[in-house]
Design a binder for this molecule. Structure first.
Ligand SMILES: Cc1cc2nc3c(=O)[nH]c(=O)nc-3n(C[C@H](O)[C@H](O)[C@H](O)COP(=O)(O)OP(=O)(O)OC[C@H]3O[C@@H](n4cnc5c(N)ncnc54)[C@H](O)[C@@H]3O)c2cc1C
Length: 284
């Protein structure tokens, strides 16, 4: 049943400093509200706990895509539409653009934010695998300042992140390439569009180093560091048995309403095979 609106309080400060002060003064009281595309689904289903929300959508400091010589900084409020149409992202970070393209449809792409996708921490979310494949960092901000983490250490467990109650995600940062690199992104869902991932794989090979991001195969978006190392050592040779072993150690899917474990393991293997055969054909 739909929730009862008067039980919800939405604070709408205009500046980041004001918002951070509220989070600092009463840590854990306010839940950030960005595009609302995850929160409103919970609200409509009557599953959003009543309480206080902090509308962060007007914080200019969390908006925009900044490109420097060495990196691209995507503010937490950057929408999928902005990602889709950004020329540097199209050229250098196609996995992220693909992830934005396959996320929901136009309405969600106009409102949903990159920071919201990370904070919501669904293991089946589509941008985390792309961010992992590019070795992203995440910047968190609180009244006490900013800190930056490897994105691969942000997701701690199912729906648990390193975010403290007084912090907001400020930005996701991806280093720019210094040489040609191979990219792969594929999402497998029930339909081609408007479907949550059953399995997703993003990969990037950069100067021989392979980075992976798997979605929906573990409690968190999975960088699979052992598997990435095995692939990096393999160079441009065909896949070998130790690759499968490493995959099965780090890819530990569950049964749920969308798929069962065995199907997900098979699809993860197939995506890895497909990615690798494309990599072997790729010429820089
Ligand atoms: C119809 C539909 C289809 C969808 N399809 C897909 C899909 O294909 N793939 C996919 O990955 N997702 C999909 N989603 C999920 C959703 O659109 C994304 O997760 C979206 O990016 C969330 O961003 P938001 O700004 O709307 O987050 P909100 O709903 O505002 O917030 C989500 C969570 O993140 C927290 N939060 C938001 N911003 C911050 C911040 N800066 N700092 C700290 N915490 C923050 C909120 O407190 C809340 O817990 C779909 C949703 C719908 C309704």
């Amino acid at each position: 049943m739909r929730a009862f609106l008067p039980q919800y309080n939405l604070q709408r400060p205009v500046s980041l400093a004001e918002g951070l002060q509220l989070l600092h003064d009463q840590p854990g009281r306010f839940r950030p509200f960005a595009g609302g595309t995850d929160l409103m689904v919970l609200f409509n289903a009557g599953k959003l706990p009543a309480g206080d929300f902090l509308d962060i959508s007007r914080f200019e400091e969390l908006k925009g895509i900044e490109v420097s010589d060495s990196e691209v900084r995507l503010g937490a409020l950057v929408t999928y539409q902005e990602i889709l149409h950004h020329p540097v992202l199209q050229d250098e970070f196609p996995n992220l653009v693909q992830a934005a393209f396959w996320t929901g449809a136009a309405a969600i792409q106009n409102r949903g934010t990159l920071g919201g996708n990370a904070a919501n921490a669904s293991p089946a979310a589509d941008t985390p695998p792309a961010l992992l494949s590019y070795g992203a960092r995440i910047e968190l901000v609180s009244g006490q300042g900013r800190r930056s983490l490897d994105y691969s250490s942000f997701h701690l467990d199912y729906k648990k992140t390193a975010l403290r109650p007084d912090e907001l995600i400020a930005a996701l940062i991806v280093p720019r390439p210094t040489q040609p690199r191979f990219h792969y992104y594929r999402k497998v869902g029930t339909r081609k569009a408007q479907a949550i991932s059953k399995v997703c794989l993003a990969a990037c090979a950069d100067g021989g180093r392979v980075r992976l991001g798997f979605g929906a195969v573990a409690p968190v978006p999975a960088a699979c560091p052992q598997l990435s190392d095995v692939l990096t050592r393999l160079g441009r040779n065909p896949l070998q048995a130790e690759v499968r072993q490493a995959l099965h150690q780090e890819v530990t899917p569950i049964d749920d309403i969308r798929s069962n474990r065995e199907y997900r393991r098979r699809v993860a293997e197939n995506l890895l095979d497909q990615m690798w055969s494309e990599y072997l054909k790729w010429s820089p």
